[in-house]
Design a protein around this ligand. Structure first.
Ligand code: GDP
Length: 437
C-alpha cells in the first residue's frame, strides 16, 4: 500500500457504459485538486453543477460536484465526489486531469482502508462494506448491513471489555498476592471466565450459518436415474438448465444452478443417476456426483415411480447432510400415502409445498432467525484461538500463567476487530475489495 499522504481517486460506480459515473477523490490535497478542476468549491455536502476543466482550461464535462471536508467523510479525510456523464472518454479525460492536478488512482479497498485507519469504522464494519458491495440476495444484504451497523462488533467488543476486566483482576491477584483479596474475587473470576468461554464456544458452534449465507448453500438433488431429477431442477429453477431425457443416465455430469430461496443463495446440484455405471464417462459422473453431494448442506432425494426406473440405485450418499425425501411423479400414482412429500415435476403439482420446505431449510441452515452469526473464516480462526487460551486459562496452575492466557485471548479478539493492527491482516482484508471502495 502506497503513502497515506497521497490523494487518491477512483471510479466508484460500476464498470461499463452508464448514464452517470461517480468519481471519488480523497486525501490531504483533495480540496486543491478539486479547485484545479472545478474552480469554486461548493458548500460542504451540497451538490453543485460545475464545468470541469483540464490544465489548459478546456472543458471536460459539466458535472455535479460534492465536497466533504474532513473529518465528516467516508474516509475521514478531505473528500469529493464528481458525478460525470458516464462516457469512457469523459471518465478518462477527467482521470487524466486529476493525475495532472496531483492525485493518483486508488488501489482496491484503499478508501475503506483509510476509513479504518482514521477510526471511521472497525475491521468488522470494513468487511461488512465489502459484503454489502458483493451482496446478491436480500438475506445477504441484511446480514452485511447488520454487521455494518455493529451487530457483530458489539458482541465482540463486549467480550473484549469483559476479558479486559478479568485481566485487570488477574493482575491485581498477581501484584498483591498477600493483600487479602476476598475469596469471592477468585470465585467470581472463575465464574466470569467460564461464562465467557461458554458464550464464545456457542457462537463458534453455529453450524457455520453466517459463512454459509455469505457463500451460499449447496442442495444436492440425488436419486436413481429417471426419477425426474432434471425435470425437477428445471421446475425449481424455472428455466431449462438440465437436459431432460427419457433415457436412463442422461445427466452425465454434475450440473449446477444458482437459485435464490427465501433470500438465501443456493446452488442446486443435479447429480448423475447414482447407479453403478459401466461406461467410464458415466462412472466419472457418478464419482463426482457423490463427492459434491457429500459436501452438500441438504440432499434432496428424489424417488420416481418404481416401474420406470432403470434399476434401483440406493447406493447411500455419503456425508452427514440433512435429507429431504421427495416422491416424484405423483401424476402416475393413484393411492398416495399422506406422510410423503409428493410432487409432480411434470405437472407442477406439489411444487409450491416443496419450494416452501426448501425455503424453510435454507433459512434454518443460514440461521436467519438466530442471533448475529459469525460471517468469516478469519473471525472463526481468531475466536477459536481465543477460546483455546480461555480454556487454558481455566486450567492454569499459577496466576501469572492465567494472566498470560487471558492476555493472549484478548490479543486474538483485538486482531479480529482491528484494534491490534497487523499489517498482514489489513492487507488480507482490504485486498478483497474492488477499486473505488
Ligand atoms: P433424471 O434421470 O432423474 O434426471 O430424470 P429426468 O428428469 O430426465 O426424467 C426422466 C423421465 O421422467 C422424463 O421422461 C421425464 O419427462 C419424466 N418425468 C419427470 N418427472 C415426471 C413426473 O412428475 N411425472 C411424469 N409422469 N413423468 C416425469
Amino acid at each position: 500500500m502506497r503513502g497515506e499522504a497521497d490523494t487518491i481517486f477512483a471510479v466508484a460506480s460500476g464498470a461499463g457504459r452508464a448514464a452517470v459515473a461517480v468519481l471519488r477523490l480523497s486525501g490531504p490535497h483533495a480540496g486543491a485538486v478539486l479547485d484545479a478542476l472545478a474552480g469554486r468549491r461548493p458548500v460542504p455536502r451540497l451538490a453543485a453543477l460545475r464545468p470541469l476543466r483540464d490544465a489548459e482550461g478546456g472543458v471536460l464535462d459539466r458535472a455535479l460536484v460534492l465536497w466533504f471536508p474532513a473529518p465528516a467523510s467516508y474516509t475521514g479525510e478531505d473528500s469529493a465526489e464528481l458525478h460525470l456523464h458516464g462516457g469512457r472518454a469523459v471518465v478518462q479525460g477527467v482521470a487524466a486531469a486529476l493525475v495532472a492536478a496531483g492525485a493518483r488512482p486508488a488501489e482496491p479497498g484503499e478508501f475503506t482502508r483509510r476509513a479504518f485507519l482514521n477510526g471511521r469504522m472497525d475491521l468488522l464494519a470494513a468487511e461488512a462494506v465489502a459484503d454489502l458491495v458483493e451482496a446478491e440476495t436480500e438475506a445477504q444484504r441484511k446480514q452485511a448491513l447488520a454487521q455494518l451497523g455493529g451487530a457483530l462488533g458489539d458482541i465482540y467488543r463486549g467480550w473484549a471489555a469483559r476479558l479486559t476486566r478479568m485481566l485487570a483482576w488477574q493482575e491485581a491477584l498477581i501484584d498483591f498476592p498477600d493483600e487479602d483479596l476476598p475469596d469471592s474475587v477468585v470465585a467470581e473470576g472463575a465464574r466470569d471466565l467460564a461464562r465467557l468461554t461458554a458464550e464464545i464456544a456457542a457462537h463458534l458452534d453455529d453450524g457455520h450459518r453466517g459463512e454459509k449465507l455469505r457463500d451460499g448453500l449447496v442442495f444436492a438433488i440425488a436419486g436413481p436415474p429417471n426419477a425426474g431429477k432434471s425435470t425437477l431442477i428445471n421446475a425449481l429453477a424455472e428455466r431449462d438448465v438440465a437436459i431432460v431425457s427419457p433415457l436412463a443416465g442422461t445427466t452425465r455430469d454434475v450440473l449446477e444452478v444458482r437459485v435464490v430461496l427465501g433470500g438465501v443463495p443456493v446452488t442446486l446440484l443435479d447429480t448423475a443417476g447414482l447407479r453403478e455405471a459401466s461406461d467410464p464417462i458415466e462412472q466419472e459422473g457418478v464419482r463426482r456426483a457423490r463427492a459434491r453431494a457429500a459436501m452438500a448442506d441438504l440432499v434432496i432425494e428424489v424417488r420416481g415411480a418404481a416401474a420406470d426406473e432403470a434399476g434401483s440405485a440406493e447406493a447411500a450418499l455419503p456425508g452427514s447432510a440433512r435429507r429431504l425425501v421427495v416422491q416424484n411423479k405423483a401424476d402416475l400414482v393413484e393411492n398416495r400415502p399422506a406422510d410423503v412429500l409428493w410432487v409432480s415435476a411434470l405437472t407442477g403439482d406439489g411444487l409450491p409445498a416443496l419450494r416452501q420446505r426448501l425455503v424453510d431449510a435454507a433459512h434454518e441452515l443460514a440461521g436467519l432467525a438466530g442471533p448475529p452469526a459469525l460471517t468469516r473464516a478469519r473471525h472463526r480462526a481468531a475466536l477459536t484461538a481465543a477460546l483455546a487460551r480461555l480454556q487454558q486459562a481455566a486450567q492454569a496452575a499459577l496466576p501469572e500463567l492465567r494472566g498470560e492466557d487471558l492476555r493472549a485471548a484478548l490479543y486474538e479478539m483485538g486482531r479480529m476487530t482491528g484494534q491490534v493492527g497487523a499489517e498482514a491482516v489489513l492487507d488480507a482484508v482490504f485486498g478483497q475489495f474492488c477499486i473505488g471502495k
